[in-house]
Design a binder for this molecule. Structure first.
Ligand code: SAM
Length: 290
């Protein structure tokens, strides 16, 4: 949805714009090329992505996004763009352990300096904690059964071992359903390992204070958990009154800081989905500082 993102970004006032999920820089470079009035700074928690870039990219988690301001002596920014989740480079590299399709180590850390790995979660966590992670982050209805099977199959040594446990629990079912379930369980462990949802809330809540009038917060989400967090934060940021709806007169002194743009949310076109199947689950949301 690069052109939709660009349309929003291009309407932001001149100044500094942060790409909080640089990845391999496709959005960054497209936006930079199209928006001469903006100076772009990228950040990514993955050192490999940062090392591969020829642009100005800082290796930090976006929950620490305001560090960019202190490091660069910046007081306000024109906007921030988030393209959540993992990059295709990360998923395609078997050594990172993100993919259920490739044999690899049980790692799944976006930043390889982080302490918790998928290995630790699957081999050392209590069965009940694993069940809760699977249920919370994938909605998996067999989460208890799967957690028990994981615990009984320890030590799990690779992504293949994890896939096999899942396949064995699911038994003979529609292969598409089995693949979807394995994918969701891998994603659940990944979300936990990287505290992905907590990162989103922390980052947006911190940076919103530093966006200048007319500036934007733009988010591309890829699953309902990410999207719900963004939706809730944006609803809070755009709130105009917090009075009890049963009281006819507003007596709160809420100041509305952001407003929704022309569209509250946008989805990829069929043409885009045909070209890039990963975009099928994307939702684009943005708010504009008043
Ligand atoms: C979907 S990719 C972004 C792709 C990018 N827009 C591009 O055009 O190449 C997501 C990127 O965000 C990074 N990322 C995810 N969570 C992060 C966080 N909390 N802080 C910083 N970077 C993060 C990942 O390491 C990954 O490189």
């Amino acid at each position: 949805m690069i052109s939709e993102v660009n349309e929003i970004v291009s309407n932001s006032p001149a100044g500094i714009f942060i790409d909080a999920t640089y990845g391999y820089g496709s959005h960054f470079n497209y936006l930079k090329q199209k928006n001469g009035h903006l100076e772009f700074i990228g950040i990514d928690r993955d050192l490999e992505a940062v090392k591969n870039s020829s642009d100005e990219v800082l290796n930090i988690k976006f929950s620490n996004i305001t560090d960019v301001l202190s490091i660069k002596n910046i007081f306000d920014i024109s906007g921030v763009f988030y393209d959540f989740g993992i990059s295709s480079h990360q998923i395609d590299n078997p050594d990172r352990g993100f993919s259920y399709l490739n044999p690899g180590p049980l790692d799944m850390r976006m930043n390889q300096d982080d302490k918790i790995t998928a290995d630790e979660v699957l081999n050392q966590f209590e069965e009940e904690d694993i069940a809760n992670i699977l249920y919370k982050y994938s909605g998996e209805k067999n989460s208890r059964k799967i957690a028990k099977a994981i615990s009984n199959s320890r030590p799990l040594k690779s992504t293949e071992d994890f896939s096999k446990v899942l396949k064995d629990v699911l038994g003979k079912q529609n292969p598409k359903y089995i693949n979807q379930t394995i994918k969701r369980c891998f994603q659940a462990i990944r979300i936990y390992v990287n505290s992905e949802l907590e990162e989103i809330a922390l980052s947006i809540n911190k940076i919103q204070n530093f966006i200048k009038p007319g500036g934007v917060i733009v988010c591309l989400t890829y699953h309902s958990l990410e999207d719900k967090i963004v939706k809730d934060i944006f609803n809070d940021l755009t709130v105009t009154c917090v009075c009890d709806p049963r009281i006819p007169i507003c007596n709160c002194d809420t100041t509305q800081n952001f407003k929704f743009g022309k569209n509250k949310k946008l989805f990829p076109s069929d043409v885009e989905i045909n070209k890039n199947s990963r975009s099928a689950s994307a939702t684009l949301r943005y708010v504009v500082k008043i």
